[in-house]
Design a protein around this ligand. Structure first.
Ligand code: A3P
Length: 347
């Protein structure tokens, strides 16, 4: 499994041999303290240099496998609910026929959305159009907080960031499954995955994946730095950064959704509440509902990189209990306690 991974910060072109992880089929490079595949690094540079935030922009951020697709669906449904009523008899909601990843594009994967107007940073707000007539730009990213463009982070705009995080045990298990789906996917001529050798197309052992994760070598990781970056920003700028936990959304979805809508500036009216709009959005975006839609059951995402269905696995809290040994759990728990000590963040 060991192969070459480059350390590519501004001052160093040193190469380290640490192995392939993350999506499991791409060489990872370290840039500004995080690990990612080469195209993502081109995209982050473009984002940093060319993106000019608008007051109305909404950035959805996460570490992979912490509920990004769920957050995309919820945020899209909230901000578009006037143009796209939920469960209307006369109107098909875009979420019924378009995957959340296509409705809210990732800036990190800009190279697979060549004609996406939202990711064309040379356009200003009045030129920005999409075919859903969204009232604002919704953009998703896995880039860590320190690497976001200055115009998102500074106080010159009212642009908002919503971060979703998930406990490290479930995040790791979800990532490990996801990686192995990609590694074992039959090769296709249309796939954007570089040709794999035999080893890379066999499942990654959980023990090996675990070592990489604990060492911080995972897509957009280290996990802890990623989470802490957004956590601290949410404490410093609560009007700008909302920090959500996957587990809280599962446990108390209604208050969490209300809070999210309020934060985004699209709070629910009493009338909407009494009409059941909050419940409708939660049903529309529920794991079972999204998972069973044809659009999410079939087809491929990111230029044939991964199957749409692989973004919907179990959608549960605590699945790690089925996979991790007590020793692994203890190690990850200690690591997390160490990293988060003094931050006020706990799982
Ligand atoms: P599991 O692999 O544990 O099932 P991401 O969107 O960041 O890639 O995260 C994927 C994880 O979120 C997967 O977790 C997936 O099943 C879960 N998920 C997807 N849609 C969801 C939804 N609507 N509600 C809850 N969890 C969801």
């Amino acid at each position: 499994m060991a192969t070459t991974v480059a350390t590519d910060d501004e001052n160093s072109s040193e190469f380290m041999s640490v192995g392939r992880f993350g999506l499991g089929v791409s060489v990872l490079y370290q840039y500004q303290g995080f690990w990612a595949f080469a195209e993502a690094l081109e995209n982050v540079k473009d984002f940093q240099q060319n993106f000019k935030a608008l007051d109305t922009d909404i950035i959805l951020a996460s570490v992979p496998k912490s509920g990004t697709v769920w957050l995309k669906a919820l945020a899209f449904a909230i901000v578009n609910r006037y143009g796209h009523p939920i469960f209307s008899s006369s109107h098909h909601h875009p979420l019924l026929t378009i995957t959340p990843h296509d409705l809210v594009p990732f800036v990190d994967f800009k190279h697979v959305y060549p004609s996406c107007s939202v990711l064309d940073f040379t356009k200003n707000s009045s030129q920005h159009t999409d075919h859903y007539d969204s009232p604002c730009r919704l953009i998703a990213t896995h880039f860590p907080y320190p690497s976001l463009p200055a115009s998102i982070k500074d106080n010159t705009t009212n642009c908002k960031i919503v971060y979703i995080c998930r406990n490290p045990l479930d995040t790791f298990i979800s990532l490990w499954h996801f990686i192995n789906k990609i590694r074992t996917m039959p090769e296709s001529n249309e796939s954007t995955i570089p040709p794999r050798n035999k080893k890379e197309s066999t499942p990654l052992l959980i023990e090996d994946a675990f070592e990489f994760f604990c060492d911080g070598v995972s897509e957009f990781g280290p996990y802890w730095d990623h989470v802490l970056g957004y956590w601290k920003a949410s404490l410093e700028k609560p009007h700008k950064v909302l920090f959500l936990k996957y587990e809280d959304l599962k446990k108390e979805p209604e208050p969490q959704l209300k809070n999210l809508a309020e934060f985004l500036g699209y709070g629910f009216s009493e009338e909407e509440e009494s009409q059941g709009v909050i419940k409708d959005i939660l049903s529309l975006c529920s794991f079972q509902h999204l998972k069973n839609l044809d659009v999410n059951k079939n087809g491929m995402a990111f230029s044939n990189f991964v199957a749409n269905k692989d973004f919907f696995r179990k959608g549960e809290v605590g699945d790690w209990k089925n996979y991790l040994t007590p020793v692994m759990v203890e190690r990850l728990a200690h690591l997390t306690e160490d990293k988060f000590r003094g931050s006020g963040l706990a799982f």
